[in-house]
Design a protein around this ligand. Structure first.
Ligand SMILES: [Zn+2]
Ligand SMILES: [Zn+2]
Length: 267
């Protein structure tokens, strides 16, 4: 039986003879149902339509689908001595992409910022022997394809290693998570934010939203909570949600200025 991917958001669903009746991620007020109606693709049809590509994105390797699919998810490989952590995920895994990741040391874990990036997490985990997939427990209800590799972590911090720390910030989603890599950015520290803090088009600031496509801003309390979570960390770079949407240097000061600018704008 085929497994199914939502054509609008890229969420993967369990195997079944027929596609799901609806996609809860798309029906949520933070997303939208395709104007032509909800559609799903089998994994095989998606692999025929798109291939996976990888290239450098500010000294980390990014992976995404080409042509662009769903919301254009881009995953990043955070290298480590005992394998990479895949940060965020994409809606498809292919043998060629798995071989490429293996050539980079393989995966030891997957960690995802929020449900819009859950994608084909189960396929990626299985390709590397069932490595753990760290999702914050507060977003458990948004898992569209439950899987034994998923670790629903709780609280505000989870250390994958000495180098890699997950921080629950909330905001866009209750379990919204960012990843801090202590040795990233040549030892100055890197913060990988997905769209929990969205790098703006001028790449000098971040901004915050409850819903990006439907323009629902975050309130001051939620933004201050994100700022408090990030405050103790040292980092010089921020890696955002899309190709090239990164702040290459001075990111800690840029983050603080962004919080002040945002709060002033909604005051
Ligand atoms: Zn969807
Ligand atoms: Zn999102």
């Amino acid at each position: 039986m085929p497994s199914w991917a939502c054509e609008t958001c890229g969420a993967q669903f369990p195997e079944g003879a027929a596609p799901p009746a609806s996609c809860p991620i798309c029906e949520d007020e933070r997303q939208f149902v395709n104007w032509k109606g909800q559609t799903f693709l089998t994994r095989e049809a998606l692999a025929q339509r798109c291939r996976l590509v990888w290239r450098d994105d500010l000294e980390l390797t990014g992976i995404s689908l080409e042509p662009s699919f769903a919301i254009g998810q881009r995953a990043l490989l955070v290298p480590g001595a005992d394998g990479c952590v895949m940060w965020d995920c994409v809606p498809l895994a292919t043998p060629e992409a798995v071989d490429f990741v293996r050539s980079r040391g393989g995966l030891k874990a997957i960690a995802i910022s929020h449900p819009h990036y859950y994608g084909a997490l189960a396929d990626w985990s299985e390709a590397f022997g069932g490595v753990p997939v760290y999702l914050h427990a507060d977003d458990r209800a948004w898992v569209t394809r439950p899987h034994k590799a998923i670790v629903h972590w709780t609280g505000d911090r989870y250390a994958i290693s000495d180098e890699i720390l997950l921080l629950r910030t909330g905001g866009h989603f209750a379990g919204g998570t960012v990843l801090h890599c202590r040795g990233g950015a040549n030892g100055k520290g890197a913060l990988l934010t997905g769209d929990i803090a969205q790098v703006t088009m001028d790449r000098r600031f971040v901004s915050f939203m409850y819903s990006y496509p439907n323009y629902i801003p975050l309130n001051a309390a939620a933004v201050l909570r994100i700022a408090d979570a990030v405050a103790p960390l040292a980092f010089d770079r921020i890696y955002g949600a899309w190709w090239g949407r990164n702040i290459a240097g001075g990111a800690k000061a840029a983050f603080e200025a962004s919080v002040a600018r945002y709060l002033a704008a909604i005051a």
